[in-house]
Ligand binder design. Structure first.
Ligand code: TRP
Length: 336
C-alpha cells in the first residue's frame, strides 16, 4: 500500500546521534521503499514559537539541519525536503483548524505542558507556542499524511491532529482530511542517552555527539563519557546498566558477540574504562567519518543546498495548495 509519510524537525541547532538513532536511520529505511512518499519538513515556524527573539539562530539552523539530512543520505530525488515557513497554506489551514479546538483542549496537551515548565514560561506563554499543536495538525493534514514517524513525546500532537481531521470532516461533511497514524521508533531506538548519562541527548543539556563533530571532538566526548562511578580499579567488577559506553556499543556496534564478550569481561573485573572507551571511539569514528565527510562536501556549496530546499518547498507547496482548495470548498468559502 502507498504510504504518505510526513515528519519534521525544529531547526534549533545541528543534529546529533540522538536524532540519528531516533529518527534519521528510520527515515533512510523508509526512503528505500518505493511505496513510500516521504515529506521531511524543517519546522522553522514551530521553532520560532519559542525563539521569536533569536530568529537568526533558527535561520542558520535550517541549512545546518539540511546538511545533516544530506550527510546521512536523505535523497532529495526521493524525499521531499522543505521549509515550513515557505508554505503559506500551512498557517492558512491553521486559522481554520483553530476554530475547531478549545482552549481547554490545548491546555491539556501533556507535551506542551511540560515544555512550558522546562522553558520557564510561567504566566507569559507566547500564544503562538501554545497553539503550535494545531499548526502541526496543519503540517500533517496539508500533505494528507497517512503515517507520521515521531518520538513518543509527539503522541499528543498526533491525537490532536486526528481529532481535528475527524471533526473537520464531520462538521463540513467531507472526506478531505486524512487521520494519520503514528509510527514510533523501533524498540531500542527510542531516545538515546547523552554522554553524561544524566538524561536524553539534547542540545540544552550539552551532552551530545553531533554528526558534524570532528574526530577530536568525538574522541574527547567518548573519553569523558559516564561509565560506572564505582568501577575504580581495573580489577573491580563493573556495572553495565546505566553505563553509557555499553549503551552506545549496544546501539552502534554491529559485532554483537564482541560486545557480549566485553560486557562479560567488564562485569567480571579486569577490563578498564579506558579500554572500552577506546574501542567505542573506534566504532563511532568508523560510523561518523563517512557522514562527516559527505557533510563537508555538501557544505562547500551552500547555495546548492538552498536550491534543493527551494525546489522541495515548491513541490510541497503544490500539494498543500490542493488540500487548501479542498478545505475551502468544503467550508464553502471558495467564493470566486
Ligand atoms: N514537533 C516536532 C518536534 O518537536 C516537529 C514537527 C513540527 C513535526 N511539525 C511536525 C513532526 C509535523 C512531525 C510532523 O520534533
Amino acid at each position: 500500500m502507498k504510504k504518505v509519510i510526513l515528519t519534521g524537525d525544529r531547526p534549533t541547532g545541528k543534529l546529533h546521534l540522538g536524532h540519528y538513532v531516533g529518527s534519521l536511520q528510520n527515515r533512510l529505511k523508509m526512503q528505500a521503499d518505493p511505496n513510500n512518499h516521504i515529506f521531511v519538513m524543517i519546522a522553522d515556524q514551530q521553532a520560532l514559537t519559542d525563539n521569536a527573539k533569536t530568529p537568526e539562530k533558527v535561520q542558520q539552523s535550517v541549512t545546518e539541519v539540511a546538511l545533516d539530512y544530506l550527510a546521512v543520505g536523505l535523497d532529495p530525488e526521493r524525499t521531499t525536503i522543505f521549509i515550513q515557513s515557505q508554505i503559506p497554506q500551512l498557517p492558512e489551514l491553521t486559522m481554520y483548524y483553530l476554530n475547531l479546538v478549545t482552549m481547554a483542549r490545548l491546555q491539556r496537551n501533556p507535551t506542551v505542558k511540560s515544555e512550558i515548565q522546562e522553558k520557564g514560561f510561567n504566566e507569559s506563554i507566547p500564544a503562538g507556542f501554545f497553539m503550535y499543536p494545531v499548526s502541526q495538525a496543519a503540517d500533517i493534514t496539508a500533505f494528507k499524511a497517512t503515517h507520521v514517524p515521531v518520538g513518543e513525546d509527539q503522541r499528543p500532537m498526533l491525537e490532536q491532529t486526528r481529532e481535528i481531521a475527524r471533526d473537520f470532516n464531520r462538521i463540513y461533511g467531507t472526506e478531505t482530511l486524512v487521520e494519520p497514524d503514528i509510527i514510533l521508533p523501533p524498540k531500542g531506538h527510542g531516545r538515546l542517552v547523552g554522554v553524561d548519562g544524566k538524561g536524553k541527548m539534547s542540545k540544552s543539556l550539552n551532552n551530545g555527539i553531533y554528526l558534524s563533530d570532528s574526530e577530536d571532538e568525538i574522541q574527547k566526548k567518548v573519553m569523558s563519557m559516564y561509565t560506572d562511578p564505582n568501577h575504580i580499579r581495573v580489577e573491580d567488577p563493573g556495572q553495565i546498566e546505566g553505563n553509557v559506553v555499553f549503551t552506545y556499543l549496544d546501539v552502534f556496534d554491529e559485532d554483537k558477540e564482541k560486545v557480549q564478550e566485553l560486557k562479560d569481561h567488564y562485569q567480571k573485573g579486569g577490563l578498564g574504562d579506558v579500554k572500552i572507551k577506546r574501542y567505542l571511539n573506534e566504532v563511532l569514528q568508523a560510523r561518523l567519518k563517512p557522514i562527516r565527510e559527505r557533510r563537508e562536501e555538501y557544505a562547500k556549496d551552500r547555495d546548492a543546498v538552498l536550491e534543493m530546499l527551494k525546489s522541495g518547498s515548491e513541490k510541497a507547496e503544490r500539494v498543500a495548495a490542493e488540500t487548501l482548495a479542498e478545505v475551502k470548498a468544503a467550508m464553502g468559502i471558495n467564493y470566486f
